[in-house]
Design a binder for this molecule. Structure first.
Ligand code: DGY
Length: 339
């Protein structure tokens, strides 16, 4: 009698830490046993660790801290796929040491995030939020020639700190759309051809601070970029300048910024990210000349879908499934894949 040999396939268990589009969860269910979080509870580290029991893969957002303690408790974990381009919530070195693949979502959010950064900069410069609050409060009783005057954006000097993909996309908007003079500072200078495409000129940090009419911060968070803009840097800026932060909380010293805004040390700011978010420094809430948004720079429907789909593509491939098995499209630590 010929025996029937059934090939055993292991169906991995995976965790999706925060709510996302239901059809994207369905895509994952085609490959894995999925635990998701449709109520979008924000789990404590202990609750996250409990949910991660027995899971080979995790789809995370910037809100989940993936550190050595969590990894040590979950030796079965094989892949952490962040639904964000930034990954300062993940201890990548610890993941690499354990052979865990880490992925992020670059490229798909570049233009959307640059649009938002530009909008926030314009709102700060042209006092859009401040004047809207004034109008809604019923305080607009007569028009005045100098109501809510602010600095121009077109033709001004745009300073960019951090010239990765998003910085370059903001530079292109400034140079080619608004006739701005664009200067930037970055860890390393870009190739000349890229500078020419962006219409941007490399300068040292002191020149950037001194010359920018509108400074946009797009540098990733790391211990070396912690408080890259603090009281000393703000003191070097023009009194008429604006500052926009769409990078990460912690790159700007929020307390020092609130003080500079209160003292009129700079004209205005636009902030989408905060130290310790969703907590916002109380002094920032008190000053009128700052536009505050809740970390939504990449939040267009198409881009949020693209980010979620890319995170799913990464997880499917990282766990050895699908057409790209073993080759996740956007790994942060590709060295793990070569082992
Ligand atoms: C990112 O992708 O890093 C955005 O800040 C959303 O977290």
């Amino acid at each position: 009698m010929v025996g029937l040999i059934i090939k055993e396939t292991v169906v991995h268990k995976v965790l999706v830490a925060r709510a996302t589009f239901p059809d994207i969860i369905d895509r994952l269910r085609g490959y894995f046993e999925v635990q998701d979080n449709p109520e979008d509870e924000v789990w404590s580290p202990e609750a996250l660790s409990r949910a991660l029991q027995g899971k080979a893969g995790l789809i995370a957002t910037g809100s989940e801290r993936i550190d050595e303690a969590l990894l040590a408790a979950h030796p079965q974990l094989r892949a952490v796929c962040n639904m964000a381009v930034g990954y300062n919530n993940i201890d990548v070195q610890a993941c690499t040491a354990r052979g865990i693949v880490v992925t992020n979502t670059p490229d798909v959010l570049t233009e959307t995030t640059a649009d938002f950064g530009f909008a926030l900069m314009m709102a700060a410069a042209r006092r859009i939020a401040e004047s809207e609050h004034y109008l809604r409060a019923g305080r607009w009783t007569k028009w005045r020639y100098d109501m809510f005057v602010g600095p121009d954006v077109h033709g001004a000097t745009l300073g960019i700190l951090g010239m990765g993909r998003i910085g370059q996309a903001i530079a292109r908007r400034g140079a080619h759309g608004f006739g701005m003079k664009v200067i930037y500072h970055n860890r390393s200078r870009l190739p000349e051809a890229t500078e020419a495409q962006c219409g941007a000129r490399y300068v040292d940090k002191a020149t950037l601070l001194r010359e920018a009419d509108h400074l946009v911060i797009v540098v990733p968070y790391s211990p070396s970029s912690h408080h890259a803009i603090g009281a000393a840097e703000l003191a070097q800026m023009k009194r008429t300048a604006t500052l926009t932060n769409i990078a990460r909380g912690g790159v700007v010293d929020d307390a020092a910024l609130a003080q500079a805004l209160r003292d009129g040390r700079i004209a205005a700011a636009g902030l989408d990210v905060f130290e310790g978010e969703p907590h916002v420094h109380p002094h920032l809430l008190e000053v009128p000349n700052v536009v505050l948004t809740p970390h939504i720079a990449s939040a267009s429907v198409a881009t949020r879908r693209a980010m979620a789909n890319l995170a799913v593509d990464n997880l499917i491939a990282a766990l050895g499934c699908g057409p790209d098995a073993g080759r996740p499209p956007t790994p942060v630590n590709p060295e793990v894949l070569k082992r």
